[in-house]
Ligand binder design. Structure first.
Ligand code: GLA
Length: 400
């Protein structure tokens, strides 16, 4: 009897803490999501073409793995409550689609919502969590983004925990992406529930500013960074801050796209492309597949960058990397060009949270420019460079 009671207590403690599949996102997940470009206009042809393009363009080789269908794939629930895809948009069904995606060596993601309805008004998972998780597992889904519209009085932590446990019960390892826009401090409890959590409202195709939709706003790249600059201590391997899917290739200038991508890499953000992969320009592809920038994002230490200082509207960001290396990114927030003059020796970089020190008067580091793909000397000399408006200079420092 005692043993049974102990077992029951253990089970309830475990479910209170969540039963997340561990180890699925030891570095920030990389992939693509339909929402930023296609919004509700999604169908199986688009998803299959995207999977093809992911391979053919070299995005897969660069590390992009997940092909994620966002809102509006849903059809109706059947008489037993199981959800099915919209038969007109996805006539072959989700299992066939995931088989196709898997045949390319990629993984499939899907979207649902903790409320009655998704943000696009499709059936949500509330009350159907275990059934939906079973259905996703049967379909071969590998990633679930779980939104927060129409949740009324639900408790966020509890609602996400329920889906976490449902996924676990269904038995298929599925990356769990929490999307409640940072409203309930998910960085404080998300680690045991999911693999990543959105930190803010939606991103806009905008570098600097706010788009008012009447009742809610979407945000520019700089605003998203600024809003959540103090939560880096909560992120790490298998539990990431998610500043939202990328807008690279969706209409910003080339410099802005580069800066957006570079900063997402500095922030150890999930790299989920949001453009039309079938039609992207050479410049967009070059940005999204910059292997040196991606290596900064995917560094196995998993430390998110911090802002060291600001000099005349140029932010200086630093991200400690494996082997005592360091990524440094200068970000010009101004609407005009700037000159950078940065004396390493008088500017030691100290990460007090993750306890890393870079003392340039004691050690000399060689410098590699990650966009120009060339050496920029060493930290012995003051770093001098021009930087265009809304652009970045991204460097990797290694001890000499
Ligand atoms: C919310 C999410 C977006 C997207 C839409 C879909 O706004 O934050 O990323 O998933 O819903 O309706």
């Amino acid at each position: 009897m005692r043993r049974v009671i102990l077992f029951i207590i253990l089970c309830s403690v475990m479910s209170a803490f969540g039963q997340k599949f561990t180890g699925l996102a030891l570095t920030p997940p990389m992939g693509w999501n339909s929402w930023n470009h296609f919004a509700c206009d999604v169908n199986e042809a688009i998803i299959m073409e995207t999977a093809d393009a992911m391979v053919e363009t070299g995005m897969k080789d660069a590390g992009y793995l997940y092909v994620n269908i966002d809102d509006c794939w849903h059809g109706k629930r059947d008489s037993l409550g199981f959800i099915h895809p919209d038969p007109e948009r996805f006539p072959s069904g989700m299992k066939a689609l995931s088989d196709y995606i898997h045949s390319k060596g990629l993984k499939m993601g899907i979207y649902s919502d903790a409320g009655w309805k998704t943000c696009g008004g499709r059936p949500g998972s509330r009350g159907y969590e275990y059934q939906d998780a079973m259905q996703y597992a049967k379909w071969g889904v590998d990633y679930l983004k779980y939104d927060w519209c129409n949740t009324e009085e639900l408790n966020a932590r509890g609602a996400y925990l329920t889906m976490c446990n449902a996924l676990h019960k269904a038995g298929r390892p599925i990356v769990f992406s929490l999307c409640e826009w940072g409203n309930n401090d998910p960085w404080k409890w998300g680690k045991i529930v999911g693999h990543l959590w959105r930190t803010t409202g939606d991103i806009a195709v905008l570098f600097d500013g706010e788009v008012d939709h009447g009742g809610w706003s979407s945000w520019g790249v700089l605003q998203i960074m600024d809003m959540r600059k103090d939560i880096r201590q909560y992120a790490g391997p298998d539990h990431w801050n998610d500043p939202d899917m990328m807008e690279v290739g969706n209409g910003m200038s080339q410099a802005e796209d580069r800066a957006h991508f570079a900063m997402w890499c500095m922030l150890a953000a999930p790299l989920i492309a949001g453009n039309d992969l079938g039609k992207m320009s050479k410049e967009t592809l070059e940005i999204l597949t910059n292997e040196d920038a991606i290596a900064v994002d995917q560094d196995s230490l998993g430390i998110q960058a911090f802002k060291v200082l600001v000099i005349d509207s140029v932010d200086v960001w630093a991200k400690p990397l494996m082997n005592d290396e360091l990524a440094v990114c200068f970000l010009n927030r101004a609407k005009s060009d700037r000159k950078i003059v940065f004396d390493w020796k008088t500017n030691p970089i100290k990460d007090t949270i993750f306890e890393k020190e870079f003392l340039f008067d004691v050690n000399e580091y060689k410098i590699r420019d990650l966009w120009k793909k060339k050496s920029r000397g060493s930290t012995k000399k003051t770093f001098k460079s021009e930087i265009a408006s809304h652009d970045v200079i991204m460097l990797r420092l290694a001890k000499k």
